[in-house]
Each structure stands twice: as structure tokens, then as C-alpha cells.
Ligand binder design. Structure first.
Ligand SMILES: [Zn+2]
Ligand SMILES: [Zn+2]
Length: 536
């Protein structure tokens, strides 16, 4: 572990603030994040967890105690049916086959049935998928269901404060939301008859109950119809509205630090800044706003279906580089281009080399930052610098050879030797193979047939043709990389050919591309005889 004293990394700077406040308040700090289990939560939603996780990790590394809580907002209503659903094996299914779900719009997610029937509810299913993804990247916060917290009476003191201060609460709401007036009470009943959330029209502070007529609820642009039921229910059977539920949760967990997305910065965070001191008589937590990111230039949208969950990403890259993505500066909007995943993995590999003092020279600050980013992204730091095969190279090999054969070739070429290196190479070959199939179209290698090679050769200059033929003859004997290069230079001299023209001729003939993997590697992978037969 690197020393994170005086680190400039964002997570370390936040950790210092968290510790300072915890010391001032003489208590163990709490870091909190949250998620609504409205469907397969995507890698943009993961920001919330990771922006909490890294500062939490830094606090603990500094030798301080800290709790890390993840609430599941499972009393939130079902607002929309996502375009697709992930099952427990993270396989996607088109949601059109679950048409009956529509009748549950407006019901709390914890009361909506699991579309797959394997878990106790819709909320439980998507929480299970989500938490499995977090576990795969070694992030395991303490989980709390909001529904359970209501049932256990944890919200009671805050519901009471909201009703006692209803005028102040109404004023805050109307100050911040033009659509609401000062008589507004931020509490919904959940109808015992039909399950739809509904505004209340009266409450009984002493009896801790609320009165309502089930009139339904506007959900986005639609409306969930109510059933007309009228009566009193215990307030633990209802729900504070989000702008009040969020700060109430901060009070329940004594939250010191909480990250949130840009969408909350202008809306509900402004409410928190008023509600915490004015109604709950508490200091708001240290805030932290993160930017969302795009995938392939698009905003992810559950209703459009262009979403990726953690499990999708771990099919195409290892957990460490994936976590590394979230260690980067969070205030900047980024675009994760899945066709260029190798760039992110390269950056991770570079930070690993920097960590072990084997990197290229960089400015001191950049180097320190790269080391710290690596340190934070790793669940466990290896004892010495692993020899990793570059992702692009792994992707090329994985197309041409089985994993075992690729490992054998990598050993022969001197890329890897130890069993640890072999294990890392196998893992990288496996993910790189899936990446090539799904997103690496431009990097696919199609080795020419003899007929295709002949066709390519017919388009070459006579100097190029002569050089290829000489090279094919030279391949009869084995050569190491430098001997092969020497041979190529001699052949080019003989045919009065620039070396670059030789290579473009070789690659276009062998793989129908102007360039490709290192020629020495390509010859090792395809075999000398095969290459000779295509070039001759
Ligand atoms: Zn399930
Ligand atoms: Zn009803």
C-alpha cells in the first residue's frame, strides 16, 4: 500500500475531510450511497457506489474506523418498465414478455413481483443482480432496505418532525419547487387495497397515522390509477417523499459523506441543505457531486435499453482496470468507448508499472497520481510487478489460437514465465476474446486463404512480389526477432524497396490490412510453413 498522506487524489482529499469532521463530532464516520432497484442498474449508476467506496477505503487505510452503507430505495414506486431485464445469471431478456408488469406501475418496487419468479420481489431480484456485480469487483457495503427501515420504525422520529414542522416543510418545498404550494405535505400513503402510492389529506400525530383517499399518483407522464379506498393507515405504511426521505436516511445513519449525481445537485441536494438544519436540526453531510458518463457517445437509458451492468463489463475486461475507470477524476464527463476498451486497460497496465517503478518517466505529480490510482483500484497488490500481455496483443492471439496454445506461444516468445503470469494471461485472453467478438470489429484478424493471398499479391509491385518470395524462402529456417529484421532489411535492399512497403505488402497479403501484429509474432502464431505458403 502506498502512503496516502498528503495525496492529491480526490478520494484521499475527501477522506481527510471525513476524518476531520468525525473527530470534531467525536464519532465513527459514515459513508453512504444509494440505489433504486428499478431494473438492471447500469455502470453509470455504479458511480454512486464507487464515489463513496474510494473515500471510504482511504479513510480505513488511514487507520480510522468508518461504516459504509448502501441503502436500497425499495419503497419507491415502479415508474417505468425498462426495455430489458437481467436474470440472476446476468443474461438479458426483452421485457415485452413480461407485459403483466404494467399493472404494477405506481406500486412500491418491493410489492411488485419478480418478473423471473426467483426472488421475493422485483426489488429483491434487481438488488441481488446489483450486489452480485459489486461483489465481483470486491465492493461489499452494508446493505439496508428502506422498506425494512420503515417497518422497524427507523423513520418515525423524522416523519414526526416533518408533521410537527409541516408549515416550514411546505415553505421549503414551495420555495424550491414552483409546482408545489406551502400547504403541501411531503408524505404518501400506500393503499392497503391496491398498493398504489397516494397523497394524504390528514394526519394524526398522536396516533401516528395518516388519512387518505386512494386517488392514484402521477408517475412521470402517466398516472397510476387509484381504487378510491378511503381510510387511516399507520404512517409506517406510508412513505416520505424523496426530498425528505433522503435527508431522513442521512439522519438514521448519521451520514458524514455522501456522493450524488449531477441531477440531484440542482434539485434534492438543495432541499437537503434546508431540511437538515431547519427540520431535522442536523448538519448536512459532506457532499460530492459526480458527473455521469456516456457509453459509445450515448447516455444510457433503461427505457431505451442501451444499458450495461457490471457483469457485462467483466465479460470484456478484468475487474481491476474496470475499477480503475472509477478512480479517475469524477468531475469530468467521459465517454466510455467500448470499441477502445484496450486504451483503458493499457492505462491501468501503465499505472501498475509506475507503481512498481518500471514505468516511463513522467512528471512527479502524474506518476504519484498513477501509483495511487492503481493502489485504490486493486483489492490486493501483487508482491512484484506482474508481466501482463497487452490487451490488444491478447485480443489478436485469442482470435487465432485456443487459450492453451496462446499461453504456449506467449511462453515461447518470452512474454510470460511464472504461474502467476500464466493465470493473468489466461484471464486476459478470455476477456479479450469476448471483446473482439462483441466490440472489436475493427481489430478482427482474418487470415487470407491461398486464393485471397494470390489476389492481394497480384496487386503488388514487382519489387514487393520479389521481396515476399525471398522472405517466404528465408522462413524455411527459424529466426529470432532481430535476425528476422536483419533478413528483411537485406531483402529490401536487394529489391530496392522501402521497409514500410515490404510490411504493407506482407500484411495486406496475410490479413488484408495495411498493418497488424508484430510480424515475428504473427509468424510464430500462424507457423512458418503457413506464412511461407501464403507469401511465396
Ligand atoms: Zn429473481
Ligand atoms: Zn387503492
Amino acid at each position: 500500500m502506498q502512503s496516502n498522506q498528503h495525496s492529491l487524489h480526490w478520494a484521499d482529499q475527501l477522506a481527510e475531510k471525513i476524518i476531520e469532521r468525525a473527530h470534531r463530532e467525536k464519532r465513527v464516520p459514515n459513508v453512504k450511497c444509494q440505489q433504486t432497484p428499478s431494473g438492471g442498474k447500469h455502470i453509470g449508476n455504479l458511480n454512486d457506489v464507487m464515489r463513496a467506496y474510494f473515500p471510504y477505503k482511504s479513510v480505513v487505510e488511514k487507520g480510522e474506523k468508518c461504516t459504509f452503507v448502501h441503502t436500497i430505495d425499495d419503497r419507491d414506486p415502479l415508474k417505468d418498465i425498462p426495455a430489458k431485464f437481467a436474470d440472476l445469471d446476468a443474461k438479458w431478456h426483452d421485457s415485452s414478455q413480461f407485459a403483466e408488469l404494467k399493472k404494477y406501475l405506481g406500486r412500491p418496487l418491493v410489492r411488485v413481483p419478480d418478473p423471473f419468479g426467483c426472488c421475493s420481489s422485483y426489488a429483491a431480484h434487481f438488488t441481488t443482480v446489483w450486489m452480485a456485480g459489486l461483489k465481483m469487483i470486491g465492493v461489499e457495503p452494508e446493505l439496508h432496505s428502506v422498506d425494512t427501515l420503515y417497518k422497524a420504525g427507523k423513520f418515525d422520529p423524522y416523519i414526526k418532525l416533518v408533521f410537527e414542522n409541516r408549515e416550514k416543510a411546505g415553505k421549503i418545498v414551495s420555495d424550491l419547487q414552483t409546482t408545489k404550494d406551502a400547504t403541501y405535505v411531503p408524505f404518501d400513503a400506500i393503499c392497503p387495497q391496491c398498493g398504489v402510492l397516494s397523497n394524504i389529506d390528514d394526519f394524526d400525530l398522536k396516533g401516528r397515522k395518516v388519512h387518505f383517499v386512494c386517488g392514484g399518483k402521477a408517475i412521470k407522464k402517466k398516472k397510476a390509477e387509484g381504487c378510491g379506498y378511503e381510510g387511516w393507515i399507520a404512517w409506517g405504511e406510508g412513505k416520505l417523499q424523496w426530498r425528505f426521505e433522503w435527508p431522513a436516511l442521512m439522519c438514521i445513519f448519521n451520514t458524514t459523506f455522501e456522493p450524488f449525481g449531477k441531477d440531484h445537485a440542482e434539485g434534492s441536494w438543495k432541499s437537503v441543505l434546508r431540511i437538515m438544519p431547519e427540520i431535522f436540526k442536523r448538519e448536512p453531510p459532506i457532499p460530492f457531486m459526480y458527473e455521469f458518463f456516456l457509453v459509445n457517445g450515448e447516455k444510457m437509458s433503461a427505457s431505451k435499453g442501451n444499458v450495461y451492468i457490471v457483469q457485462d463489463m467483466l465479460k470484456i475486461m478484468e475487474p481491476e482496470p474496470f475499477k480503475f475507470y472509477y478512480v479517475k477524476r469524477p468531475e469530468k464527463q467521459r465517454d466510455l468507448d467500448l470499441s477502445k476498451v484496450f486504451q483503458l486497460v493499457d492505462e491501468f497496465d501503465e499505472s501498475e508499472k509506475a507503481y512498481f517503478g518500471k514505468g516511463e518517466e513522467k512528471s512527479e505529480n502524474r506518476e504519484e497520481n498513477a501509483k495511487r490510482m492503481y493502489d485504490l483500484a486493486m483489492s490486493e497488490i501483487p508482491k512484484k510487478c506482474p508481466n501482463r500481455v497487452s490487451f490488444s496483443f491478447a485480443a489478436q492471439l485469442a482470435q487465432l489460437l485456443t487459450v492453451d496454445k496462446a499461453v504456449k506461444t506467449l511462453k515461447e516468445l518470452g512474454h510470460i514465465s511464472t504461474s502467476g503470469d500464466v493465470a493473468l494471461a489466461k484471464r486476459r485472453l478470455a476477456v479479450a476474446k469476448v471483446w473482439i467478438e462483441l466490440y472489436g470489429k475493427e481489430h478482427r484478424l482474418n487470415v487470407s486463404t491461398v486464393a485471397e493471398a494470390n489476389q492481394h499479391k497480384s496487386l503488388l509491385s514487382s519489387n514487393q512480389q520479389g521481396a515476399l518470395s525471398d522472405f517466404a524462402t528465408a522462413l524455411a529456417s527459424a529466426m529470432n526477432e532481430s535476425a528476422q529484421m536483419e533478413q528483411i532489411r537485406n531483402i529490401c535492399k536487394k529489391h530496392n524497396l522501402p521497409v514500410s512497403d515490404f510490411f504493407s505488402a506482407v500484411y495486406s497479403t496475410l490479413i488484408n490490412k495495411p498493418r497488424g501484429p508484430k510480424l515475428h509474432t504473427l509468424v510464430s502464431v500462424l507457423g512458418r510453413e503457413k506464412v511461407a505458403s501464403l507469401l511465396a
